[in-house]
Design a protein around this ligand. Structure first.
Ligand SMILES: Cc1cc2nc3c(=O)[nH]c(=O)nc-3n(C[C@H](O)[C@H](O)[C@H](O)COP(=O)(O)OP(=O)(O)OC[C@H]3O[C@@H](n4cnc5c(N)ncnc54)[C@H](O)[C@@H]3O)c2cc1C
Length: 234
């Protein structure tokens, strides 16, 4: 049994604590603020008497580690799972476009979804499919020094494709702008989403607050294992 020190009680630190304690190690976790959860948290709004998340959080089937984390917490019922990818995008003047992968089977259902995604013109759809197809041949090391935006542009993705799809995906999942985000991490994410089965591209939405879905169950789980927490005094 190893003695482990985890610095930071956000979702990353807390899930590390669950994994290590499951493996039988002794954990101490240090958190700089007076609450756990980091950027994953909900608060109670007195005015509306509702629990509100700090921002809408969605997950994808490709989040294998997060979904593995949910197993021992027994909060799977607090998440709404899609069978196939289905996402509705709204553009200006309330124009609505759907990415629907319910027809055909994987991976052809994803191809059909892109082909029928009318926020893109035919040329943009072809370039999109070519780009996704090229992912298996790319040497990802070369992407370490470039931004997501530069990579998308140099891969033939138009401004409209970037605005209508890539930016939404990158900002939502990596929580960073296209200019700041690393093409390397985006590449790994895309490979996971498009190349690891049908489930990976599906969207999962918590139907309860983030604290109830993740943070409180993690704390209960860890407290049963007598994990010690230290909150740093300001
Ligand atoms: C509005 C919003 C919407 C989002 N939507 C999505 C989404 O839809 N899908 C998605 O996948 N992700 C989303 N995210 C991103 C997601 O919330 C984060 O990626 C995730 O919570 C990061 O967890 P983390 O543990 O890595 O970091 P953090 O949550 O930032 O946790 C880091 C913790 O470490 C502590 N800390 C820092 N330095 C020290 C130190 N020196 N000593 C001790 N403690 C320290 C901090 O206080 C904090 O508690 C969203 C984020 C926001 C803000």
């Amino acid at each position: 049994m190893a003695r482990c020190l985890i610095i930071g009680g956000g979702l990353a630190g807390l899930s590390t604590a669950v994994y290590l304690s499951k493996a039988g190690h002794q954990i101490e976790l240090i958190e700089a603020t007076n609450r756990l959860g980091g950027r994953t948290f909900s608060f109670f709004d007195e005015e509306t008497q509702t629990e509100i998340d700090n921002g809408q959080h969605i997950l994808m089937g490709a989040y294998t580690h997060t979904l593995d984390l949910i197993e021992p917490l027994e909060t799977k019922h607090l998440l709404d799972y899609q069978k196939n990818l289905n996402a509705v995008f709204y553009k200006k003047k309330n124009k609505r476009y759907t990415l629907d992968a319910s027809k055909y089977f994987y991976p052809f259902n994803l191809l059909a979804a892109i082909w029928n995604y009318d926020a893109l013109c035919t040329k943009e759809k072809i370039n999109f499919i070519k780009f996704v197809g090229s992912l298996i041949f790319i040497n990802s090391k070369k992407l370490k020094k470039i931004s997501i935006l530069d990579w998308l542009k140099s891969s033939g993705q138009s401004e409209n494709s970037i605005k209508s799809f890539w930016e939404i995906l990158a900002v939502g999942a990596l929580n960073t702008s296209l200019e700041d985000g690393s093409a390397f991490y985006f590449f790994n994410m895309l490979k996971q989403i498009f190349y690891s089965g049908n489930k990976a591209s599906t969207i999962i939405i918590p139907n309860a607050g983030l604290s109830k879905t993740f943070i409180e169950p993690i704390l209960n789980y860890l407290q049963k294992l007598l994990l010690s927490f230290h909150f740093q005094k300001k």
